[in-house]
Design a protein around this ligand. Structure first.
Ligand SMILES: Nc1ncnc2c1ncn2[C@@H]1O[C@H](COP(=O)(O)OP(=O)(O)OP(=O)(O)O)[C@@H](O)[C@H]1O
Ligand SMILES: [Mg+2]
Length: 414
């Protein structure tokens, strides 16, 4: 089940992504084909122009009577202002050229340039033969104009620009969506804390009033009321912390977990055992916001209990790792998860429970990763066997020592 229908949204989203990619590829492919087509037409046209130039050169060479026809032929040659070409003798030695930039070069340099150009041009297009008076053939070598050559690369430039723009748009969109989600989370939490504040202070005032009443002050109900009010205060503190930048203090992570287990002990079935194994050297502290961190442990333990049918065990083991890191493993003997469930557990709205919201682990991940700079993952889970969640956190720089610490067994928990 999925209370937000988020699975559909995710599926829809990946379909949309596929459609966008396919459309982008189609646009890219079409642009490539069309540009190739244009380049072919232009190249054809340029070849025609070169042929015309070659015929004109031939005509001028063979015509002895300089008249209007020669003028026309000269006009044709001069009208080509874009296609680079070189006119050579039968051995390929340059005689003349057009549209090749040789400004500022000495005669030798020009010759060297033209000869290397002839080599280049020979690779691209067959030269066009000119019949000459001397009976020896001459040739016109050519290449495409700058415009046509540039156009060839145009679709690649276009594709790169489209890719870069889409990537940027995606990043910006993703970033702004996440920023918006963060604002909604924080705003909702802050507002909840704020709204809880008013009835809470009124309840506290009532409690004080009852305590001052001689008829009521020894009533056990007052004690219970006090506990509930403290619990409400804690909940308000959690919401208020998650709605603002939480204050982190170097804390004894083992003590914080022991407190949470003590709080949970009377609230869960006696047939579920809870053990804490703290292998941290004494004095090791972790920068924590206790209100939020205890919420994490509570959520993980509640999920563990939910995964059991009333009987089972929860074991929390804390150990130090290299590089000032610690690992907290929360292992249960519950029903475990399939591979596909494991991938989705941290997604908001993912739940397999009738009355679940699918928010517990989303919150847990947020608290550990965004607020404490740690990391949380499913270390292992097997259907029918159980699950281990692992939290990585950094120790605070303040203290360091060597002794391994205590093991708290279920019996010692209140
Ligand atoms: N220890 C566990 N063992 C087996 N499955 C688990 C365990 N922890 C979480 N899950 C699975 O992950 C899902 C999501 O957990 P999450 O805590 O985010 O939401 P929930 O418990 O279903 O609802 P709620 O918002 O009330 O916490 C659960 O519905 C369950 O299928
Ligand atoms: Mg849960």
């Amino acid at each position: 089940m999925d209370v937000f229908g988020s699975e559909n949204i995710y599926q829809g989203r990946s379909k949309l992504k596929l459609v966008i990619v396919v459309v982008a590829l189609m646009i890219g492919g079409f642009s490539l084909l069309y540009t190739n087509y244009l380049v072919r037409i232009l190249a054809e046209r340029e070849k025609g122009m070169v042929q015309l130039t070659a015929r004109s050169i031939e005509f001028i060479g063979n015509e002895s009577d300089p008249g209007e026809s020669i003028e026309l032929a000269t006009d044709i040659i001069e009208s080509n202002n874009s296609i680079p070409l070189i006119w050579t003798d039968e051995k390929g030695h340059p005689i003349s050229r057009r549209n090749i930039n040789t400004t500022g070069m000495t005669d030798e340099e020009v010759m060297a340039l033209l000869e290397s150009k002839v080599q280049e041009m020979r690779e691209v297009y067959e030269p066009i033969e000119i019949g000459s008076v001397s009976g020896k053939p001459q040739y016109v070598y050519y290449e495409n104009s700058e415009l046509t050559s540039t156009l060839r690369y145009y679709p690649y430039v276009q594709l790169s620009v489209i890719t870069i723009l889409s990537l940027m748009a995606y990043l910006v969109f993703n970033y702004s969506r996440r920023a918006e989600q963060n604002r909604v989370w924080a705003g909702l939490a802050k507002e909840t804390a704020h709204q809880l504040g008013t009835p809470l202070s009124s309840l506290m005032a009532w409690l004080e009033y009852f305590k001052s009443d001689d008829r009521l002050k020894d009533d056990p109900v007052i004690d219970e009321l006090g506990k509930d009010i403290r619990r409400l205060e804690m909940i308000t503190a959690r919401f208020s912390n998650i709605g603002s930048v939480p204050v982190l203090k170097p804390e004894d992570v083992g003590a914080s977990i022991a407190d949470t287990l003590n709080y949970l002990r009377p609230r869960i079935s006696k047939k579920v055992t809870m053990d804490l194994i703290n292998r941290l050297p004494a004095g090791v502290k972790v920068n924590l916001n206790r209100a939020l961190f205890e919420w994490v442990i509570e959520n993980l333990c509640k999920n563990a209990v939910d995964a059991m049918s009333g009987v089972g065990s929860i074991q929390i083991e804390i150990q130090s790792l290299r590089d000032h890191r610690i690992a907290i493993d929360i292992t249960d003997s519950g029903k475990g998860m399939t591979k596909s469930q494991m991938k989705k557990v941290f997604d908001p709205g993912f739940t397999t429970k009738k009355r679940g919201w699918g928010l517990g682990l989303t919150l847990v991940k947020r608290i550990i990763e965004n607020y404490h700079g740690g990391r949380i993952m499913v270390r292992r889970s097997e259907p029918g066997k159980g699950t281990t969640f692992r939290i990585f956190m950094k120790t605070s720089e303040t203290t360091r020592a060597a002794e391994p610490q205590q093991v708290i067994s279920d019996e010692q928990l209140a």
